[in-house]
Design a protein around this ligand. Structure first.
Ligand code: IVH
Length: 740
């Protein structure tokens, strides 16, 4: 059988099995007998074994009966492990340099050296040394908490067990990777032993490091480059370049292509050199990382929520390939969004077999952007077309282009569904929204499952042993249903039969059930920010959830405020509609629209408490009307609200601690900056104050605790004096935060 025929058959099998799974689990209406189902699965497995390259990442072979992930211990990083922001073009790098200068208030021509080094395509690791001895190795995890992989890290040759001349405490960070030659040899050995082969060196490195048996991981040759550090008891150097040299001196491999650059032009030149060497390095890299060299400036620049302001990854262009579009499936997300997914004839793109890609939305398929302007010169995408796929970093593959000259004559334009394929509810597109959404809410099984998956995800409840896969088991099980988050917390208290049934399930067993119940129990105590994020409200991501939590501090305060703001959120929406009507009417009458009057009329009846609650909510830094409306309307929806209330009654929501490490003299205070600042820019002053736990407000009010007034301070200083608010100058502020 040819690989092509096998690929076609696998694509058909996956579709049949998916359909059968859905029919059996979600629709309770099987379309296949058990034995037919089993024989399709066996055929799928046999083809995958004969053509391992064609095995899809979403293969049905991997989908059912997977045991609960046995795990590594967790490690809380002494300092968060950060990620990097990305740039893709010279212009992005020039803009990065400008942004750094702007933030620091440095003129265009002031010297500002950067280091440039390859971005290693592996996985990051944090190594903790105390008194020169390796005491712990941890993966990045979510940045705050990773997995303890110390035993495995000890088997890596380039990770020293002991350091000479290092500070008493030293956390070294870098990348674990596998060299091409070692990767090829490993895959050959695996294939010979009839074991699973890896798609690329990165997966092989990840799989090896996360091996529960250190003996196996020792047999898989990994390597390590050091490029950063976490907690240190004494500074390594004054510069990034010096610190890397120091890490090298104490015993680590550092990347030999690391150089110092004086300007964006030199950075780009180094990027070009590294790109030219890429194929002969012997290991995978996916870009070049630039870092501000001066560590004093790095400290001043600090971090955004997950990335440093002082570094950027300049990514290599995405890899591309042409393949055939076999079908378009519609997936329904947590907020009801209908997302078209391309099912592709499997194709290798940058070392990874790709068989699915996102098609974004119906406009994208039709060849136009949200505002109606053509994309791809207006060429639409049809099932049967040849399409160009690309992968940019870790993200889901995308479709770039379509080749109309190879279009089958019988191909028809794709008809985007107007009803939810999962629950049949209508799927509507709101004004200005590029996405069609199922209006089924909680009655839509797809939305309910996605909400649950989100609920247990890492940044939300993160329950050990209850991942996306297990959630699906429970959701579809008629006897052990978890249909909404609250059900998770009543699992252990259901009747004996139910628990026994669980214990008898393949992949579970008594011990895992006990562990699972305990893991669930531990998450009854949850921080407010995680809870808010876990609700999966549209527009409320991790950052917005944290901002809301920090503002309201307790669940009760949040609920009270959101409830109080109800009528105002309605008015906000109604005012938008009234404004649009007025604009349209004015246009037809040929008169000037009085938008303010239209809005005011709507707001007139809104009670004062509601207005105040709305002003408070939308006044939170980072929370705009869009987020506020989404939040309030979710709480107002009867079914949603009942579900949220049931959940809350199961939990002990932890009150938030003030944002910064306690001990900061300004934590929890509201400060205002005014006048000219001479030692830092406004952006820097604000970011640093916030990092120390202060709230930075734009205007002085009775709630202000402190005014920092530079030369030229005007009315704000007068108002502060009037209100008796403490006022200090920039030097006083720097002294207060210990940075004079
Ligand atoms: S610096 C605080 N340097 O890329 C900055 N990261 O996309 C920490 N990576 O999570 C990262 N090579 O795993 C840095 N030379 C390099 C790197 C590098 C690879 C990885 C690292 C990071 C990811 C972000």
């Amino acid at each position: 059988m040819s690989a092509h025929a096998a690929a076609e058959e696998l694509a058909t099998l996956i579709r049949l099995l998916d359909r059968a799974n859905r029919a059996y689990h979600t629709e309770d209406d099987p379309v296949l007998t058990d034995s037919d189902y089993d024989s399709l699965k066996r055929r799928n497995l046999a083809l995958e074994e004969a053509f391992p390259d064609l095995k899809r990442p979403d293969s049905p072979s991997d989908q059912v009966g997977a045991p609960l992930a046995a795990g590594f211990g967790k490690v809380t990083h002494a300092q968060r492990m950060m990620s990097l922001s990305n740039g893709f073009s010279t212009a992005d790098i020039v803009e990065f340099d400008r942004g750094v200068r702007r933030y620091l208030g440095l003129p265009e021509d002031a010297p500002l050296p950067y280091t440039a080094e390859p971005k290693i395509d592996g996985l990051s690791l944090s190594l903790r040394y105390e008194d020169g001895a390796l005491v712990q190795a941890a993966t990045r995890g979510d940045g705050a908490v990773g997995e303890n992989v110390t035993a495995n890290a000890r088997t890596i040759d380039t990770i020293p067990q002991r350091l000479t001349g290092a500070p008493k405490v030293l956390e070294v960070r870098g990348e674990v990777y596998m060299r091409h030659a070692d990767f090829a040899a490993l895959n050959a050995r695996q294939a010979e032993a009839g074991a699973k082969t890896f798609a690329n060196p990165r997966n092989a490195a990840a799989g090896s490091l996360r091996q529960l048996d250190p003996a196996i991981s020792a047999a898989r040759p990994l390597a390590f480059f050091a490029y950063a550090w976490g907690e240190v008891s004494a500074p390594l150097a004054d510069t990034q370049f010096g610190a890397i040299a120091r890490l090298n001196a104490v015993g680590f491999d550092v990347n030999p292509l690391t150089t110092l650059c004086e300007s964006p032009a030199q950075m780009i030149a180094q990027y070009d050199r590294i790109a030219a060497d890429r194929a002969t390095l012997g290991y995978d890299i996916d870009g070049v990382v630039y870092k501000v060299d001066d560590l004093g400036l790095q400290r001043r620049l600090g971090f955004r929520s997950t990335t440093p302001r002082w570094a950027i990854a300049h990514k290599f262009p995405a890899e591309r390939a042409w393949t055939r579009l076999d079908g378009i499936d519609i997936q329904v997300g947590r907020t009801g969004a209908l997302s078209p997914v391309a099912r592709l004839s499997p194709v290798t793109v940058g070392g990874v077999v790709v068989s699915n890609a996102t098609l974004h939305n119906e406009d994208y398929i039709a060849g136009r952007s949200g505002d109606g302007t053509p994309i791809r010169d207006g060429r639409d995408i049809r099932v049967g077309d040849w399409v160009e796929v690309y992968r940019a970093g870790d993200v889901i593959p995308k479709i770039r282009d379509v080749d109309p000259s190879r279009r089958p004559t019988d191909a028809v334009p794709f008809a985007f569904p107007t009803h939810c394929p999962e629950c049949g509810s209508e799927a509507v597109r709101e004004d200005g929204d590029s996405v069609r959404r199922c209006i089924g809410g909680l009655i839509c099984p797809a939305q309910a499952v996605e909400k649950l998956r989100h609920f247990v995800s890492r940044a939300a409840f993160d329950i050990e042993g209850l991942g996306a896969k297990q959630i699906e088991y429970f959701f579809v099980d008629a006897h052990l249903p978890i249909r909404e988050p609250a059900d998770i917390f009543t699992l252990a208290t259901r009747d004996r039969d139910t628990v026994a049934r669980l214990e008898n399930r393949e992949g579970f067993g008594k011990t895992s059930v006990k562990n699972l119940f305990q893991a669930i129990e531990e998450k009854r105590k949850i921080t407010l920010n995680r809870l808010i994020f876990a609700l999966g409200i549209r527009h409320v991501g991790e950052v917005a959830a944290a901002d809301l939590a920090q503002h309201f501090m307790t669940w009760d305060a949040l609920v009270a405020a959101v409830d109080a703001a109800g009528p105002a959120a309605q008015a906000h929406l109604a005012a938008d509609a009234a404004e649009a009507d007025e604009r349209a009417a004015a246009l037809t009458d040929g008169r000037r629209a009085s938008l303010k009057r239209a809005r005011d009329a709507v707001w007139a009846d809104v009670p004062e408490v509601a207005r105040a609650a709305w002003a408070d909510l939308t006044g939170i830094e980072g929370i705009g009307a869009t987020v506020a409306v989404a939040l309030v309307t979710t709480f107002q929806q009867k079914a949603e609200r009942a579900s949220i209330d049931r959940l809350a009654s199961q939990l002990q929501v932890q009150e938030m601690a003030p944002r910064a490490a306690s001990g900061s003299p300004v934590a929890g205070k509201t400060v205002v900056f005014t006048g000219t600042l001479e030692k830092m820019t406004r952006a820097e002053a604000k970011a640093r104050a916030e990092a120390l736990g202060a709230k930075v407000a734009g205007s002085v009010s009775a709630r202000t605790d402190l005014l920092i007034a530079g030369p030229g301070a005007g009315s704000k200083a007068d108002k502060a004096a009037e209100l008796g608010i403490e006022t200090i100058d920039e030097d006083g502020w720097l002294a207060m935060i210990g940075d004079a």
